[in-house]
Write a protein that binds this ligand. Structure first.
Ligand code: ZN
Length: 88
């Protein structure tokens, strides 16, 4: 295990967030994402929100997967809102 602070970029993490939540990443990749989330508050907050959103969506669609493009579009909107305002 190396200790590199910036081996995983925010956008890279967010790009893998769906797979991380769905448990589709390899243990190594999942560990990278988790390590970044532990060190990056904005990503951590977003991951928690996205995780809840995915569960909500899956509950509503009763197991049917929502289109990845739709999920990504919504997440990007959340990102824009999150970067423009700080909530306590
Ligand atoms: Zn980050």
């Amino acid at each position: 295990m190396t200790d590199e602070p910036r081996d995983t970029d925010c956008m890279e993490v967010l790009d893998r967030l769906y797979e991380y939540i769905d448990g589709e990443l390899t243990p190594e990749r999942a560990a990278e994402v988790r390590r970044h989330l532990d060190a990056c508050a904005p990503c951590f907050r977003l991951a928690g929100f996205e995780s809840a959103y995915v569960r909500f969506l899956e509950a509503r669609t009763r197991g049917q997967h929502a289109p990845a493009a739709l999920r990504k579009k919504i997440l990007e909107q959340l990102l824009l809102e999150g970067s423009s305002s700080e909530s306590p």
